[in-house]
Design a protein around this ligand. Structure first.
Ligand code: ADP
Ligand code: ASP
Ligand code: MG
Length: 449
């Protein structure tokens, strides 16, 4: 059995869904379980409409709902499944539910994380039955399964965490019997539900995570992520057009790249696959014959496998000649971040200072106030991170010099080599993140070695 996840562009319109359906049909011998994202762009529109409704712009919200309704119904028609009365009725009912939610938000004048989840989960609640119908239309014995019955999560709305034990039980009840009966279950990614049945989401881009969670729960042979690029590339092709396909990459490298900006994989995707040793593949649904990327434990170690970058990073520095040397201060400082549920990406320390980067600044004010107990706190906004990732990086004697030379006159604010020697992170001005990525890519992938 395999889990095959199709991202937004792979189900963006009838043509894309048609390609996706053909890919699934070509894999029936592998007993696929299909995980689908919302139609491309839908989740963004849903979030916008929730915010508009909460601001009192109900007309705007309802206009967006009508636009989405028309798009989904047109897709259903173009797929030739418009005579599926149940599909059309259920789709209409979801849009009515969405309109009620928007009205409620406009009355409340506020959107909570919980109500935002109710709205943003609509994209996958809509797409999964459509994909299942498209599969059935070409003879695939597909069955829609409401992912909320299977993806049991915590109640951290907007970034809910899967509950592995409950999910394994739910897979045995709702998914595996279908697979054994020769059917193809189709579930929405990204969405789940609490023990009380309240709808949750795993965070933006979370359908990849859904696929690996389901794959691990069912001991899949492989987890396939079908997207709009040929696989994992040596850099984001939107930033570095010369980026090349990586045919084989290690789990730890892929996880680092994902958490430092390679959007092709949600950062949490790798962990469940690693736990079960399940290979993850990335394929292009527009180029199904491509080789794609294979992610496993055992790709050869290279000093630099790929480059990633991310923007809108905030650096927080605490300086205190007196206190940092005192035992326990470092712990106390990190407890401040923990208490405020703020995760830290990169850390650099000296005898008298500690610098960290954050990309979630929701609780920044509280963090700064509490850190002031330990020293002078400075906040630097407008920074970005560029990461050079390779399992052999720590052992290489030339890579760092080459990286710093390649950056040339770009100013560095922080540098950190991960303890595992797999990731060199460089903090630069946000405005030069792309330029830094291009220079590094040119130095490591475009010059004769
Ligand atoms: P999906 O909707 O299929 O989940 P995403 O937009 O989330 O697709 O992810 C695919 C995109 O990730 C690509 O179009 C590409 O622009 C971007 N990307 C960023 N870094 C990389 C990388 N290193 N390799 C491949 N794609 C990358
Ligand atoms: N539809 C969700 C999003 O846009 C989840 C996903 O596509 O992975 O964030
Ligand atoms: Mg994605």
């Amino acid at each position: 059995m395999i889990v095959a996840k199709f991202g937004g562009t792979s189900v963006g319109d009838a043509e894309a869904i048609g390609r996706t359906a053909a890919i699934v049909r070509g894999r029936l011998d592998r007993q696929p379980v299909v995980v689908t994202s919302a139609l491309a762009g839908t989740t963004n529109r849903l979030i916008e409409l929730a915010q508009a409704a909460a601001k009192g712009d109900l007309i705007v919200a309802l206009t967006v709902i009508e636009e989405l309704r028309a798009r989904h119904l047109a897709t259903i028609d173009a797929l030739g499944v418009g005579d599926d009365a149940e599909l059309v009725t259920d789709t209409g009912a979801l849009f009515d539910e969405l309109a009620h939610l928007a009205e409620a938000l406009s009355v409340l004048g506020d959107v909570t994380a919980r109500s935002l989840d109710a709205v943003s989960a609509m994209g996958e609640r809509l797409s999964a039955p459509i994909v299942a119908a498209a599969l059935a239309r070409i003879g695939v014995p597909a069955v829609f399964v409401d992912a909320r019955k299977v993806m049991a999560t915590t109640d951290d709305h907007g970034r809910a965490e899967p509950r592995a034990d409950e999910i394994a039980v739910a897979c045995r009840t709702h998914v595996l019997p279908l697979v054994r009966a020769g059917k193809v279950p189709v579930l929405g990614g990204y969405i789940g539900a609490t023990a009380a049945g309240v709808t949750t989401t795993l965070g933006r881009g979370g359908s990849d995570y859904s696929a690996s969670i389901f794959g691990a729960a069912m001991d899949a042979e492989a987890i396939e992520i079908w997207t709009d690029v040929d696989g994992m590339l040596t850099a984001d092709p939107r930033v570095v057009p010369q980026a090349r396909l990586i045919e084989h990459i290690r789990f730890d490298e892929a996880a680092e790249l994902a958490s430092f900006g390679a959007k092709v994989l949600h950062p949490s995707t790798i962990a469940p696959a690693v736990r079960k040793g399940i290979p993850v593949f990335i394929f292009n649904s527009r180029n199904a014959a491509g080789r794609g990327t294979k992610i496993t434990f055992d790709a050869p170690r290279l000093p630099v496998r790929a480059i990633a970058g991310k923007s809108k990073t905030v650096v927080v520095r605490v300086r205190s000649p007196r206190m940092l040397a005192a035992p326990g201060t470092m712990r106390a400082i990190f407890e401040v971040f923990e208490r405020n549920r703020t995760s830290v990406d990169v850390v650099a320390t000296s005898e008298v200072s500690v610098s960290v980067t954050l990309d979630d600044v929701q609780h920044l004010d509280a963090v700064v106030a509490q850190l002031s107990a330990y020293g002078d706190v400075a906040v630097e906004r407008g920074r970005g991170i560029v990461a050079l990732v390779g399992a052999g990086l720590g052992e290489s004697t030339v890579t760092m010099a080459r990286a710093l030379t390649a950056l040339g006159d770009l100013r560095l604010h922080m540098v950190s080599l991960s303890a595992t020697g797999i990731n060199l992170t460089l903090i630069v001005d946000d405005a030069v993140v792309h330029e830094a990525m291009r220079r590094l890519h040119a130095a490591f992938f475009e010059e004769a070695a």
